[in-house]
Design a protein around this ligand. Structure first.
Ligand code: PMP
Length: 397
């Protein structure tokens, strides 16, 4: 017998919270833990562009035979265009190779395992703090993890000096995990000038950026949000990208993302890519088709693409409105602390500055669920629940 010796795993800090939320019998409960977009009625509907693409697929799909190891070819092409721009040198000269993969998570795992198994690089630098699952994914792939300074809690801002100073300590070939936009959990991104500096630092120290790009379109816009990636890609000879369509297409449960490798020439890219494919083969053989077909159908049909862009804009603007309303309502509730920094943050999340004890009181006394670090999913706020949330926060502060 082998199973008796196994100890209980701790609950996942984010998904474990959703499990507890589901069990909570209180009617007025609010879940601001997991990063899922909710519309004004508190629902996470299927996008119209996605529904139309699915209708098209229902008509035209003739087989469910296996995809290749790297997935839908057309999907991989549109992913590259979305990341780097259709006219970019990287796309035109074939310096990038892309494999469809199951979500951002699957893409990160494949990227990490590929590096560990095929190169001398065994270390990844992640921001302090970062998305809780990064540590799990990279440790499981066999990378050792180091942290670079990022968030200045006292001033609710970016500690760029610490970021640069820490990355100066990195060794040639080390991976550097960079959040493409909408940093999770802080909501604080690099400025254009800071991206240029990080690009030059990575180039000078021969570090390999691994972009986690899970929120394209949720910051300033689909094209605008690619600025950091494109700035770095223009300077360094090699990088990796793990992107996801969970949020910007609302395709959470379809598990659709991609891993993209950029090399200094097309031949190197192709040779390295053969090992990415080998990594995929050993993990899940080939990806599920549906998500990739939806995204490629939408992005290659001008009308559907225009509709999708509109829908992403609606989601982005609603979150920005909720940030403002949250800050205004806290003020109206008599909260003295200045929360206006929340309006400057980008994407689904905000670091509220609430401490563990306050987070626990919110859950126990008011049925409001947020992550222990004080990270709030603004994307889960609505005009209806904001007054409830702000009243409760006013009480626990
Ligand atoms: N990276 C970051 C920073 C994220 O926040 C998420 C989702 N919460 C992911 C990657 C992975 O997304 P998924 O695997 O659901 O596509």
């Amino acid at each position: 017998m082998i199973f008796q010796q196994i100890s209980q795993a701790p609950a996942d800090p984010i998904l474990g919270l959703t499990e507890a939320f589901k069990k909570d019998p209180r009617q007025e409960k609010v879940n601001l833990g997991v990063g899922v977009y909710k519309d004004e009625s508190g629902l996470t509907p299927v996008l119209k562009s996605v529904k139309l693409a699915e209708a098209k697929l229902l008509d035209t799909e003739t087989s469910k035979t296996y995809l290749g190891i790297d997935g839908v070819q057309l999907y991989n092409k549109v992913v590259q265009e979305l990341l780097f721009g259709a006219d970019s040198k990287i796309v035109k000269e074939g310096l990038a190779v892309t494999a469809q993969a199951p979500g951002g998570t699957g893409s990160l795992r494949i990227a990490a395992e590929f590096v560990v198994n095929n190169t001398n690089s065994k270390t990844i630098w992640v921001s302090k703090p970062t998305w809780a699952n990064h540590q799990n994914i990279f440790a499981a792939a066999g990378l050792s993890i180091k942290e670079y300074g990022y968030y200045d809690a006292a001033n609710q801002s970016l500690n760029f000096e610490a970021m640069v100073a820490d990355l100066q300590q990195a060794t040639t070939g080390d991976l550097v995990l960079l959040h493409g936009c909408c940093h999770n959990p802080s909501g604080i991104d690099l400025s254009a000038a800071q991206w240029t500096q990080i690009a030059q630092l990575c180039f000078a120290k021969q570090l390999v950026p691994l972009f986690d790009f899970a929120y394209q379109g949720f910051g300033d816009g689909v094209e605008e949000d690619a600025l950091g990636l494109r700035t770095v890609a223009a300077v360094v000879p090699e990088l990796l990208v793990a992107n996801s369509f969970s949020k910007n297409f609302g395709l959470y449960n379809e598990r659709i993302g991609a891993v993209t490798l950029v090399a200094q020439d097309a031949a190197t890219a192709q040779k390295a890519f053969s090992q990415v494919k080998r990594t995929i083969r050993a993990n899940y053989s080939n990806p599920p088709a549906h998500g990739g077909l939806i995204v490629s159908t939408v992005l290659t049909d001008p009308e559907l693409k225009a509709l999708w862009l509109e829908e992403v804009t609606t989601m982005r603007q609603r979150i920005a409105e909720m940030r403002q309303l949250f800050v205004d309502t806290l003020k109206a509730e008599g909260v003295e602390k200045d929360f206006s920094f929340i309006c400057q943050q980008k994407g689904m999340f905000s670091f509220s500055g609430l401490n563990k004890a306050q987070v626990e009181r919110l859950r126990d006394e008011f049925a409001i669920y947020i992550v222990g670090s004080g990270r709030i999913s603004v994307a889960g706020m609505t005009k209806t629940n904001i007054p409830v949330i702000c009243k409760a926060i006013a009480k626990v502060l």
